[in-house]
Design a protein around this ligand. Structure first.
Ligand code: ASP
Length: 425
């Protein structure tokens, strides 16, 4: 059994959905069962975030935002299903009723809970459309509500997977069903999970890769393929770098490091479950499905060329005790607690005798509050509009090349990786 994951770009319009059907029916269809994990279509998750904000903060006309989202989906449906009587029209209308209610009802005070309730519908809708289209295209396809299988705690927007319970549900509900089928395509949602009280959670933005890995781990899949609009994993993001090269093969360890430092091609939590069971992960182009792409597996060889990860909009925060005493373990635990409570992720850190510096994403919703709290006890200096460049398998020549016209404010080197917080000059 294999797992395929299709991200938002691969289902962004009617032609893209048709392309998914082509991939799934290539060479007469799948040999063995395939679980197909699908994201929300195109940029729908962003639009649903806007809708959540419109409902919660009442700054924008929520109905207008929802109408845009409805129109986007119904335009796609119309192009895929010429028969206006096709049941998908009703099914999607009924699903949208949940969003109509979300606008009409007064939201609870829990933003993250409301967020998950609303934003998760992007995946519910996309999978219903994809599944219905696959059936039209004669693929032996079925729809699965992943919330009946992937269970999380109730950390809304960042659900922590309950692995034992998820495994139990997979064993009980999913495996016997798969065993009784052959060449079945099971279409299900990425990004979302369910709690024991039947509430919906999300696993963090871009979490569909992780969903694919959870399902692969718990079903002992033979491989995972992530279908993308790039030919594979590149040594740098073409958005920021002109000359990029495709990496043919990557060790799990390097993939974890690259994803951890912010390579957006794979969600950071995806690799570990696959590594634990030595399940290979293929990253392939949905535009050129016959090309080989990249494989991430159990090789031990390091990457042949330096890889770059670039993050903009960084804030470098320097924290020191008000009395200029040394900074020590007590302070660290205190400081990390504050970061963890406010869910602010540290991208790089460094300490000296009297100060501790971190670079974090400039999240306007979290950072001002965090800085205010830190200032109660510490002297806090910060510098924004910075960039963080990480180079895996660096050498001095590559450092010099990427820091031309940049001032280095912080540099952290380990054996294979260098991280540089820089200010453009
Ligand atoms: N739809 C979600 C997002 O855009 C999850 C994903 O696509 O991986 O973040």
């Amino acid at each position: 059994m294999k797992i395929f994951k299709f991200g938002g770009a691969s289902v962004k319009d009617a032609n893209a959905v048709k392309n998914v059907a082509r991939i799934l029916s290539a060479n007469g269809g799948p040999k063995g069962n395939v679980i197909v994990v699908v994201s929300a279509m195109g940029k729908v998750t962003n639009a649903l975030e806007r809708l959540t904000d419109a409902i919660f903060f009442k700054q924008e006309d929520a109905t207008a935002v929802l109408n845009e989202i409805k129109k986007y989906h119904f335009d796609i449906i119309q192009q895929l299903f010429s028969d206006q009587g096709h049941p998908i029209y009703n099914e999607i209308s009924n699903t949208f009723v949940e969003l109509d209610w979300a606008i009409d009802d007064e939201p609870t005070e829990n933003y993250n809970y409301e967020y998950d309730k609303i934003v998760s519908l992007g995946e519910i809708i996309s999978t219903k459309i994809v599944n219905a289209y696959l059936i039209e295209a004669s693929v032996n396809s079925k729809w699965l509500d992943v919330r009946d299988v992937i269970q999380t705690d109730n950390t809304y927007r960042e659900g922590k997977v309950d692995w034992d319970l998820t495994q139990e549900l997979v064993n009980r509900n999913l495996l016997p069903f798969l065993e009784n089928n052959n060449n079945l395509v099971l279409v299900t949602q990425g990004f979302i999970g369910g709690t024991s009280e039947n509430f919906t959670t999300t696993l963090g933005r871009e979490g569909s890769d992780y969903s694919a890995a959870i399902l692969a781990f718990t079903t002992n899949a033979e491989s995972v393929t992530i279908w993308k609009d790039v030919p594979g994993v590149l040594n740098a993001d073409p958005k920021w770098f002109d000359e990029t090269k495709k990496l043919e093969q990557i060790s799990y360890q390097d993939a974890i490091e690259l994803a951890y430092y912010g390579a957006t091609v794979i969600h950071p939590k995806t690799i570990k479950p696959l590594q634990n069971k030595k399940i290979p992960l293929y990253v392939k182009s949905f535009l050129n499905p016959e090309e080989i792409g990249t494989v991430i597996n159990d090789v031990q060889t390091p990457l042949p060329i330096p890889s770059f990860i670039f993050k903009v909009n960084q804030v470098l925060i320097s924290i020191s005790p008000k009395d200029f005493s040394f900074i020590g373990e007590d302070n660290f635990s205190d400081i990390f607690n504050l970061f963890s409570e406010r869910q602010v992720k540290v991208n790089v850190m460094q300490n000296s005798a009297i100060s501790f510096s971190v670079s974090v994403d400039n999240d306007k919703r979290k950072l001002p509050e965090l800085i205010k709290t830190l200032q109660k006890q510490y002297r806090v200096l910060y510098n924004d509009n910075l960039e963080l460049i990480t180079i895996r398998y660096y050498d001095q020549a590559t450092i010099d090349r990427v820091t031309i016209d940049k001032k280095i404010l912080l540099e952290v080197k380990s054996r294979y990786t260098v991280q540089l917080v820089v200010k453009p000059l």
